[in-house]
Design a protein around this ligand. Structure first.
Ligand code: SAH
Length: 216
C-alpha cells in the first residue's frame, strides 16, 4: 500500500469505527502526510494505531487521539487557534487545514526548528511557531478562539483560560503524570462548562504552570 492508501485505511479502520464523524476532520487526516512528521526509519509505522517517538524523548500522538482532540474543538474554518506542544508539528498541520491561523509553542528548540522546516516544505503559511514556555500562552496574539494543550497537565493553567475568547473551547489531557483524561472546557457568556472524554497518556507539560523539570 502507498502512503495515500495507508491514510485511507487509517481513517476507515481507526477513526470511523471509534466514532469520529466530522467529515472535515476525517478529510484532514486523509490529506496530511503523517509519515513526513516522523524519522525516515519509522515512516512505515506512521499510519499504525499508536503514538510514535519523535526526538528528545517526545512523542507524536496516536492518530485517533489527534482526531478526537481536533473534533472536540469544533472548528469551522475561521478560528485563531493556539496549540501548546508543537512536537513534530503534525497536530498543528491538521489544525491548519481546519482553521484560519495556528499559533504553536514548543519548549524544545530543535523540535520547533524541525517542525518549522516541515511547515515550510509542505506550504503551510498559516502556522506560527514560537520557542518558549507554552504554559504562559502567547499574550501578544490573544485572544484565541480555540486552545489545545498536547502535553499532560495537572490542571488547565489560568493564564490560558484568560487568553481564550468568549465562546471559546480549550482541550487538554488533565490528570497525573502517568494517566490523564481529555478535558474539554467551553466558555460561554462568561461561564465555563467542563466535559470529560477519553482516558489518555501524554508526555508532561513542563513549565511555570505545568510540572517542574525536577519533578519529572
Ligand atoms: N502535538 C505534537 C505532540 C506533542 S508531544 C505532535 O503533533 O507531534 C508534547 C510536546 O510538548 C513535546 O514536544 C514537549 O517538548 C512539549 N512541551 C512540554 N511542555 C511544554 C511547554 N511548557 N511549552 C511548550 N511545549 C511544551
Amino acid at each position: 500500500m502507498g502512503f495515500r492508501e495507508l491514510r485511507e485505511f487509517m481513517v476507515s479502520t481507526q477513526l470511523v469505527p471509534r466514532g469520529i464523524k466530522d467529515e472535515r476532520v476525517l478529510n484532514a487526516m486523509r490529506k496530511v502526510p503523517r509519515h513526513l512528521f516522523v524519522d525516515e526509519s519509522i515512516q512505515n509505522k506512521a499510519y499504525d494505531d499508536m503514538a510514535l517517538p519523535i526526538s528528545e524523548g517526545q512523542t507524536i500522538s496516536q492518530p485517533y487521539m489527534v482526531a478526537i482532540m481536533t473534533e472536540l474543538l469544533e472548528l469551522k474554518g475561521n478560528e485563531k487557534v493556539l496549540e501548546i506542544g508543537t512536537g513534530s508539528g503534525y497536530q498543528a498541520a491538521i489544525l491548519a487545514e481546519l482553521s484560519k491561523e495556528v499559533y504553536t509553542i514548543e519548549r524544545v528548540d530543535v523540535l520547533a526548528q524541525n517542525a518549522e522546516e516541515r511547515f515550510l516544505s509542505l506550504g503551510y503559511t498559516n502556522i506560527h511557531v514560537k520557542v518558549g514556555d507554552g504554559t504562559l500562552g502567547w499574550p501578544e496574539e490573544a485572544p484565541f478562539d480555540r486552545i489545545m494543550i498536547t502535553a499532560a497537565t495537572p490542571k488547565i493553567p489560568d493564564v490560558l483560560m484568560e487568553q481564550l475568547s468568549e465562546e471559546g473551547i480549550i482541550i487538554a489531557p488533565v490528570g497525573d503524570r502517568f494517566s490523564q483524561q481529555l478535558l474539554k472546557c467551553t466558555k460561554s457568556s462568561g461561564k465555563y462548562s467542563d466535559e470529560y472524554h477519553t482516558p489518555c497518556i501524554f508526555v508532561p507539560l513542563i513549565g511555570k504552570y505545568g510540572w517542574q523539570q525536577e519533578d519529572i
